[in-house]
Write a protein of this length. Structure first.
Length: 227
């Protein structure tokens, strides 16, 4: 892992690595695939957001016993989640659970051309205007949710879209990445992007799949294997 760029972080959490091993197995049921992706996202997201966010004092509040205390808020508050369709949807609930306040979810639809393996955008619901008059940018922190980084083209294209949208910082959360693809993503906007993964595989097949990988996560989540 030492050859990966400094803005790439690969978890060493023992529970996370054990769950990743379970997720790799072809015998893991669709129900368990969904659960494992959720649990891995919880662990990975907790690590990433602990580094990306800070606390700030909030207003005074009162406990049920009548004692006053100073509340704590997490910053930045202007966060958005960007799941990459389809498989990124499996990570949304976990990150929503971690964050102390509801945040917008904006979907990006990208697929790899089967011949060129280049990314093709087919859906984008990022708002074209600011949500409120007080916002200075589209998002202070945009969190891309995409379980797999293979060639890196799709994720790099998503980062470029968020740069054009006006995001100040980007976090990429992925369950598993191919080493070369991860490097490509890390180089897309190194000063503004942090990439967090549960694991890294060293090889890709000729068809652009990770080896040994997880298979097609979207197909495993949505029971569309063999479509």
């Amino acid at each position: 892992m030492s050859s990966l760029p400094p803005n790439v972080h690969v978890s060493t959490h023992p529970c996370l690595l054990a769950k990743l091993s379970q997720l790799r197995s072809k015998t893991t049921s669709a129900r368990d695939v969904k659960t494992l992706i959720h649990e891995i996202s919880l662990l990975l997201g907790s690590e990433a957001l602990a580094k990306a966010m800070t606390t700030a004092p909030g207003p005074q509040a009162e406990t049920p016993l009548g004692f006053t205390y100073e509340t704590t808020t997490a910053t930045p508050g202007n966060i958005s989640l960007i799941p990459i369709l389809r498989s990124g949807l499996g990570m949304v609930e976990a990150i929503q659970t971690i964050l102390p306040q509801p945040v917008p979810v904006h979907h990006l639809g990208l697929f790899r051309d089967p011949i060129t393996l280049a990314p093709v955008e087919y859906y984008n619901n990022l708002p074209n205007h600011l949500v409120s008059p007080t916002q200075e940018t589209a998002s202070d922190l945009a969190i891309i949710l995409d379980p797999i980084i293979a060639t890196g083209g799709t994720c790099a294209a998503a980062i470029q879209t968020l740069i054009e949208w006006g995001a100040k910082r980007v976090i990429v959360l992925s369950v598993l990445g191919a080493a070369e693809g991860v490097k490509k993503v890390a180089e897309e906007w190194p000063e503004g992007t942090e990439i967090w993964l549960a694991g890294v595989d060293q090889e890709l097949t000729k068809g652009g799949m990770l080896k040994p990988g997880l298979g097609d996560v979207g197909d495993r989540l949505f029971l569309t294997i063999g479509k």
